[in-house]
Design a binder for this molecule. Sequence first.
Ligand code: FEO
Length: 399
Amino acid sequence: MHCTRKVTDDVVWIGGSDRRLALFENIFPIPRGVSYNSYLLKDEKTVLLDTVDRSIAEQFLENLAYALEGRNLDYVIVNHMEPDHCALIRDILVRYPQAQVVGNAKTFTMMDQFFDFDLTGKTVTVKEGDTLETGRHTLSFIMAPMVHWPEAMMTYDTVDKILFSADAFGTFGALNGNIFADELDFERDWLDDARRYYTNIVGKYGAPVQAVLKKATGIEIAVICPLHGPIWRENLSYLLEKYQTWSSYEAEDQAVMIAYASMYGNTENLANVLACRLADAGIRNIAVYDVSNTHVSQLIAESFRCSHIVLAAPTYNGGIYPVMENYLNDMQALAVQKRTFAVLDNGTWASTAGKQMAEKLSGLKDVKILDTKITIKSALKEAQLEQLDALVNEIKADF
Ligand code: FEO
């Protein structure tokens, strides 16, 4: 059965959600599922804005047929070629053979790479600022390279001021009937997933996101329709400000995150003792994570949120304990920067993890590594509490 919702008088949401998929892109856990949004503009011409992932093909095709009410489909705009949105282009062209496919030059290069169908005479190639008249509406195209792939673009309805923003402003999480952010408690229930989505999917591309945000300030936006998660038609500044913070790599919260790795609980004890002493010193909302039991995408999201990050890990095979090393590599890959770090390590003999962690961190941009470095030998001893207090004082002074 069809399952659609009206976005505006002329736009219908015809997407759906997948609550079965365990890993988005086969890497990111999505316990709350994910939505694949697709939109139909019904004007003198009918325009489909992106398709969906193959996992919800049946629902989507039924939604599209219902929303069209027997009309033909005139255009398919492909804002993004990642298969979670473009998987059904072939199916659309088989069902609606008269439809023209709208994309930019890179879109069609990728379409050739992914598919084998012949699009001769069926393509409309657009570039920045080009427009498409559909009757009452005029759509203009905004290139958004690297948000999240090089061909990504956005479509802006200049009449109703709707920005079809592709991956930007999206989030993990299935939609549960309420497709609008103003129908949900976004901050309570969605913000963490929105941050985890942004930081892990486009976190590396802060500069291109900033470029798109700059373009967005030049247009009036009433509604943001992303390809994942809720649609925004109120309080847009809340979301735009979050994107501004994340893409400029500024910390969202003045907060301490302690990420520890521990084989037998001794490094964990070090982390816990430090957390209690930080709390005694008045630091609130401390976040402590066991890196072995926290998905690295969550650690990355928290690294974007918190201003101060304490890392504690044992030495392992003469190197950094592997899960901590993986987290550090991900920080590098996703361009974490502008943070203050503290480094603690543990070793029963020849402890070198702290030195190696500090070296890796020094490869990040604009980071500060606090002077107080603590090495415990197997377990924290009374005599080292003074060192911990020195670290607490240094963190407080830097706060
Ligand atoms: Fe939701 Fe980059 O695809």
